[in-house]
Design a protein. Structure first.
Length: 198
């Protein structure tokens, strides 16, 4: 269903047994036997469960993070036990080299699992590493996990993005779902044949 609005799914359709049968968009339906989606499409259903919150902060800088040898990108993990927390705090910095910021500007994203009623204070140890911040944008998101059975309803629901900045948990989940959906492991060692390369 190309050329649809950004949030194009108006409704998820199910058959009489409760198995997914398609999606509705702009009054038209597209049939499917399986659906892969993130939790935002299932809010208000019994297919997902809230499991905490994630605090995130985007910071705009005019310098590389101090003590990173003027790197144009870096990742920092502040161990939770080093700052009297249960959870680590993650920092990921990118720059104009990655075509995501104006020349001379850097973007640092700080994230962690919320542990208190003052989540903005929880990321202060990471913010202190950044040096002067030109602008920052802070928000909190709920973290959802799937609790449905895809073998029964055909809905393969991912977890929400967690606080990690290296996408390891997200990648592991994708590989797990690939195997569940196709019945085989993803072979990343395969190379394109000459015919496919053309």
């Amino acid at each position: 269903m190309l050329k649809k609005k950004a949030n194009f799914v108006e409704k998820i359709l199910y058959d009489t047994t409760g198995r997914v049968s398609g999606v509705m968009s702009e009054g038209k339906s597209a049939k499917c036997k399986q659906l892969i989606a993130d939790p935002s499409y299932f809010k208000g259903t019994d297919k997902i469960r809230a499991q905490g919150q994630v605090a995130r902060c985007i910071c705009i800088l005019d310098h590389a993070i101090p003590s990173t040898d003027n790197s144009d990108s870096c990742q920092i993990i502040v161990p939770g036990n080093a700052v009297a927390r249960k959870n680590d705090i993650y920092v990921s910095m990118v720059s104009s080299v990655h075509a995501v910021a104006a020349k001379g500007k850097f973007i640092a994203v700080v994230s962690t699992n919320v542990e208190t009623k003052e989540p903005e204070n929880e990321i202060k140890p990471a913010l202190a590493l950044l040096g002067p911040i030109l602008e920052k944008f802070f928000w909190i998101t709920d973290f959802y996990v799937p609790v449905n059975d895809p073998s029964k309803d055909g809905c393969f629901i991912t977890s929400s993005y967690d606080a990690t900045s290296h996408f390891e948990s997200c990648t592991a989940e994708v590989l797990t779902y690939f195997e569940k959906i196709t019945g085989g492991k993803l072979d990343l060692t395969a190379t394109a044949t000459e015919e496919e390369g053309q």
